[in-house]
Design a binder for this molecule. Structure first.
Ligand code: NAP
Length: 416
């Protein structure tokens, strides 16, 4: 018996380790997976088939993922017992094995249990939520030219109004806090009111912006845009912008040009090989992504702006059914579906597994297995182009062949 109670560590796999901040990946890495609730099992089975086949094809059988099932959500209740939505050893296993992928999880309602996704992000300090948003030809989109959008969003994941410091209107806590603020800071908050606190730090901003700039540099991206609402919230959102520029200049001085410098020093012409750092006010950014999407590339935002913006951007290229995501820290990464459990379709082998499959592409790239990731992406594109799609796309496409979740996965494999 190993050190875990219910998790079986595959005997044919080796641990991925982090050495001097860099991943060291064996040919048979143990990767943890959470199947997910509702439609999760259908999606996971389809996705796993695609991942395994792509890895086999890309490396002629020399590499193979040793999958390790870990539990969260409803399946954890059946394995560990009542109220064990997120067992401690699940978190320990992710921490120890550093890379995990998950399907969607039910958010328990009532009983004071928080969203499992939010809890995972906080306990593992997964400070950056990464969402690439780009268009796959043939996907039904409401835009005239959806292919113009190709961005990677870096959303701060741990601060801002998500810190959970909120007090309900009419409670003693709310009244105490309001009275304190009114008296000590000469403010005039109405009683009763609900109040919430929006903490944002230079520490939290700098590490997020640093990750975004590093990504832009390593992926030959042209710009990083800091999206904030600093015209109204000067010391939180405005500070995010200021700290972002400060970090960019302090750590990447010879690799970046700010938008001000572009005009004051370079006559509006971007010097070769450098990255432009610019900022936009959040409301304007929503317009920009609709009207001039091709002027944006990597985008760094505080938590709430990023939440809104990532779903809005995903809608432009066809919705969440195909939107991948990852939550990362310096040492740990969880790749995940961005949609929910779609419970009404559970067990029907019906929904689109695209979000988890593309999250897997991100994961393969993250562990350095780019060839396998590219194989999947190409085959997925081809499958959609051939109009072999699940119900969600089929209902919006003329002449489509509607297939089940499992058939969609098999079609991707045969198009590899
Ligand atoms: P949802 O599960 O995302 O489903 C809403 C609708 O989106 C579905 O009815 C379906 O639309 C469409 N959809 C979602 N996933 C799809 C897929 N893979 N393929 C095709 N269509 C898909 O949102 P919800 O009903 O609000 O939430 C259900 C549960 O999931 C809740 O417990 C919620 O808390 C949880 N949740 C989890 C996550 C996560 O784990 N990351 C994220 C969001 C929500 P049609 O009805 O039009 O077919």
């Amino acid at each position: 018996m190993g050190k875990f109670k219910k998790i079986t560590v595959p005997s044919d796999g080796e641990k991925i380790t982090v050495v001097n901040g860099k991943l060291k990946v064996p040919d048979n890495p143990v990767i943890a997976f959470i199947e997910g609730d509702g439609t999760g099992p259908d999606i996971w089975n389809a996705s796993k088939l695609v991942f395994d086949e792509a890895v086999k094809k890309a490396y002629n059988g020399k590499k193979k993922i040793a999958w390790m099932e870990i539990y969260a959500g409803e399946k954890a209740l059946s394995v560990y017992g009542k109220n064990k939505w997120l067992p401690e050893e699940t978190v320990d296993a992710i921490r120890e094995y550093t890379v995990a992928i998950k399907g969607p999880l039910t958010t328990p309602i009532g009983g004071g249990i928080r969203s499992l996704n939010v809890t995972l992000r906080q306990v593992l300090d997964l400070f950056a939520c990464v969402r690439p948003v780009k268009y796959y030809s043939g996907v039904p989109s409401p835009m005239k030219a959806p292919q113009k959008l190709n961005i990677v969003l870096y959303r701060e994941n741990t601060e801002d109004v998500y810190s959970g410091i909120e007090f309900k209107s009419g409670t003693d806590e709310a009244e105490k806090l309001i009275k304190y603020i009114n008296k000590n800071f000469n403010k005039n908050i109405r009683i009763p009111s609900g109040v919430g606190i929006k903490p944002m730090s230079e520490f939290g901003t700098a590490r997020l912006v640093k990750k975004a700039i590093e990504y832009a540099l390593s992926h030959n991206r042209k710009s990083v845009t800091l999206v904030h609402k600093g015209n109204i919230m000067k010391f939180t959102e405005g500070a995010f912008r200021d700290w972002g520029y400060k970090l960019a200049k302090a750590e990447f001085r010879d690799k970046i040009v700010t938008e001000d410098e572009l005009w004051s020093e370079h006559n509006g012409k971007m010097p070769e090989g450098k990255i432009l750092i610019k900022d936009r006010i959040a409301d304007s950014m929503f317009q920009q992504l609709l009207l001039r999407p091709d002027e944006y590339d990597v985008v760094a935002t505080p938590n709430l702006n990023g939440d809104y913006l990532s779903d809005a951007a995903a809608a432009q290229v066809g919705g969440l059914g195909m939107a991948p995501g990852a939550n990362i820290s310096y040492s740990t990464a969880i790749f995940e579906a961005t949609h929910g459990t779609a419970p009404k379709y559970a067990g029907l082998d019906k929904v689109n597994p695209g979000s988890v499959i593309l999250s897997g592409v991100m994961m393969l790239e993250y562990i350095g297995w780019k060839k396998a990731g590219r194989l999947i992406e190409k085959a997925l594109k081809k499958t959609i182009k051939l109009k072999v799609v699940t119900y969600d796309f089929a209902r919006q496409m003329k002449g489509a062949t509607e297939v089940k979740t499992s058939e969609f996965a098999k079609a991707i494999v045969s198009n590899m």
